[in-house]
Design a protein around this ligand. Sequence first.
Ligand SMILES: [Zn+2]
Length: 391
Amino acid sequence: MAHDTPIQPSQPQAYARAKLRLSLLSGAMDLALLVLLLTTGASVGLARWSAGMAPPWPLQTLLYLAVLGAGLTLAGLPWDWLKRRVEIRFGLNRQSLASWWGDQAKGVALGAVLLGVAVELVYWLLHASPGHWWLWAWAGFAVFMVVMAQLGPVVLLPIFFKMRPMSEENERDAPVVSRLLTAYARQKAANPKLPRLHGIFEWKLGEKSAKANAALTGLGRTRRVIISDTLLEASTPEEIEAVFLHELGHHVHADIWQGLAFQSGLSLLGFWLAAEALRALGPGLGLRGIADIAGLPLLALVFSGLSLLLLPAANGFTRRMERRADDYSFAALGTAAPLIAGLEKLAEKNLAEREPARWKEFLLYSHPSIATRIRRGRSWQERQSGSIGLG
Ligand SMILES: [Zn+2]
C-alpha cells in the first residue's frame, strides 16, 4: 500500500464534509434559481421574448431553452470549479485544467443535444395531447432510459474516458483476464441463466483521478464489466476476481433492469406530478396554458424536488443490490477475505469515510459504507467457519 503522503485519519471525514457542503449549497442554489425564475416573472418574460424573436413554436422552445440553459450552466460553473478544487486539495485530482475544460464543454454539448430533443418532444406532446401528455412523455422517457443503458458504455462513457478491451492475448492482461474468464465459466456452469458477458474493459480513470472503481454496464450486446486502471494497479488478481464476482452478482440479479424499473416507477410519479403542478399552478405563474414553455422551470422543480425527496428510498434500493452482490461474491469465492481486502483498498484510494454517521449512510449512501460491508463479510465468514466447525 504505497501513498505519496500517508492519509490522516481525519482526511476522509474532511473530504466527505467538503463534498456534502458543496452539493447542499449547489443543490439549494439550483432550486432557488428555479423558484425565482417562476415567481419573478423572468421565465414568462424570456418565453415572450423568444416568441417575439422566433414565432414558430419549435424554434421558440429552442431559443428559450438555449438562453435558460446558458444561464444555468454559467451559474453552475463556479460550483463545478469548487468541486475540482476539493479533489485537488485532497490529492485525488490528476486531470489537467485543459482536460477539465474539455470535459465541461463535452458535458454542455451532450446535455444541450439530449435536453433539446427531450424538451421539444415534451412540449410537442403538451400541444398535441394536453390530457395524456405525461403518460406519453413517461413512455418515451422509459424507452430513452433503456436505450441509454444500452448505449451508455459504447457511446457516452468513451466521450469522457478511454476504454480498452482486455484480452488473454495481451501479456499484461493475461493473468487477470484468464482468472476472470475462469471465474465466469465456473459461475456460468453453476447458473446457466447467467447472461453472456461481452467483454472486460480497462477503464482509463487514472489520467483524470486517483480514485478507483469497477462496474457492470450496458444491456444485451453492450453488457460488459469495466475495471479502472487504478484498481487494476492497486489490487492483487484475487482481489480483482472478488470485485469482478461482485459485478457478476449484479449481472445474476438483473440489477440493471431492476434499477431501470425502479427509475421508471419514479419518473411516472414525476410526470404525473408535473402535469398536476402545471394545471394547478400555471395560471398563478402567468402561464398561457400548460404548453407554455415558460412553465419549464416548474417541470424541472418537480423532478428535482421529487428526486431529492426520494433519494433515501433510491439509496436504500441500491444498497440492497450492493449487499446482494457482495454476498454473491463471498459465496462464489467461498471466502469473504479478498473482497474485503479489495474494498479496503477502494475505500483508501477513494478517501471514503469508513464509518459515516448512521443517518448519513441511510440518507446519502448509494453503497453501504465500507465498515458495514466489512462487518457483513466478517459475519458471513464466521457463519461459514461455524458451520464447517460444527459439521
Ligand atoms: Zn456494486
